[in-house]
Ligand binder design. Sequence first.
Ligand SMILES: [Zn+2]
Length: 448
Amino acid sequence: MAHAYISKRIVTPQGTRPGVLLVEGEKIRDICSPSEIPADAVVLDCGDDALLPGLVDTHVHINQPGRTEWEGFRTGTRAAAAGGYTTLVDMPLNCLPETTTVDALEQKRSAAQGECFIDWAPWGGAVADNQLHILPLAHAGVLGFKCFLIYPGCDGFTMIDRQQLEAALPFIAESRLPLLVHAELAGPIDAATQGLRDADWRKYATYLASRPDQAELEAIRLMIRLCRQYGFRLHIVHLSTALALDELRAARAEGLPVTVETCPHYLHFSAEVIADGATLLKCAPPIRNKENQQQLWSGLRDGIIDMIVTDHSPCPPAMKGEESGRFDLAWGGIASLSVALSVIHTECRQRDFTLDDIVRWMGSTPAALAGLSHRAGALAAGHDANFIIFDSDAEFTVTPDRLHYRHAISPYLNQTLRGTVIATHLRGEAVYRDGSFAQTPSGREVTL
Ligand SMILES: [Zn+2]
C-alpha cells in the first residue's frame, strides 16, 4: 500500500515545490500532485512542515568496536536519526581495530549488526604501512579512504608521510574511490608551538596560534600537486582556513577532481566568542576568527566548498578536560549529529540561503562523495524512501535530552536554534518521531 505525504514545500533536485511524496514499500514512487494520489493510499498532510531528503553525513566517528564507551553504532545512529540523517559514513579511526584491513572491516560490520537506526557505510584508512590493503579494502566494500598528514590525536591509526602516501596513491587511483585527507602539516604547527612553550594553554588564543592557517594551506597545496600527478579523487575534510579557497578554486578550474567539506562548528562559532578554558570547542584544525568564517560562507555560496558534514567526534566527558581548561590536554572533537541541521538552518536564515542549499550541502553532495547518489541524498522516484519532516519555524534551546548520543556534552548546549526535525523516515518507516525512536534498529550497510 502506498503512503502519500502532502506538503507545501517538498525539496527536490529541481527546486522546492508543493506536492505529494508518494512512497511505496521502501522506495519513493513519485512526487506528484494531490489529484494523482492513489485511492487506497494512506494520506498524511504535513501542513506547514517541509519534506527534505534524509541527510547524509560522510564524516562521523562511531568508535565501535573498541571504544564504544566514547560512542557506538546504537547511540551514534540514534542521534543521527534525531538530527535528520538517514545515512552516515564511519571514519576508520578511534575504533579498535582501526579499519585499515579487511579483517578489521569485518569486525566493524559485526559490531554494527542490528545496532543501527539509520543506514551506514565504512571508510577505510590509508596509514603508514597498509598500502597492500588498499585494493582488498576497496573490493570488500569501503567507499573510500581517509588519511592524516599529521598525528591524528590518538595512537593506533598512524599518520602517513609523503613517501608512504606516494606508495599508496597508485592503488587509490586504481580503486576510483576518493581519498579523504586531514590536511594539516606538522612543520608550521611545530614551529608555532616552539614559541608557545611557556604560554597559558587555558587561553584559546594560545591554541589558535599553535595551529596556524599555514599548516592547512601547505597540506592542501601538497595534495593538489599529488592529485594532478596521480589522478585520484581528492577530498579535503573539515576545511577551516579560508586562505586556501583561491587555490582550491584554481584546482577546480583546472579540472582536477577535488571536493571540499567544512563543518557546522566552523560556520557557527568563531574565535572571538570562545572563552578561555572552553575546551568543548577544541577541534583540529581550529575554529578561526569571524572574518575567516564569513569567507567560508562565501566559499559555500560560490560552490568551492561543496558540503557541510559534522565530524561528529565524541569522547567521554573527562577527556574534554573542562576542569583544567587546558587546550593542549583536551581531546579535539565536537559532537553535533543531533543538532547540525538546526545549527546550519539557523545560520542560513540570517544569510538568505534556502532549504535547497542546505539539502545540497548536507544531502546530495555528501551522497555523491560516497558514491551513493543512486539511492540517497535526494527526493526522487526510485530512491530509497529516506526523508524527514522538518518544522522550519520551531525555535528551541539545546538541552541534554535532545542530544541522544552517548555522552550528552556539547558546546551547543543552551544555544537557541530555529528549525526542528519532526520525523525521520528510513526506507519508508519512521525511525524517529517527536523525540522517540523505533523499537528495533532497522539500518543496514549500504554499498556502491
Ligand atoms: Zn574527523
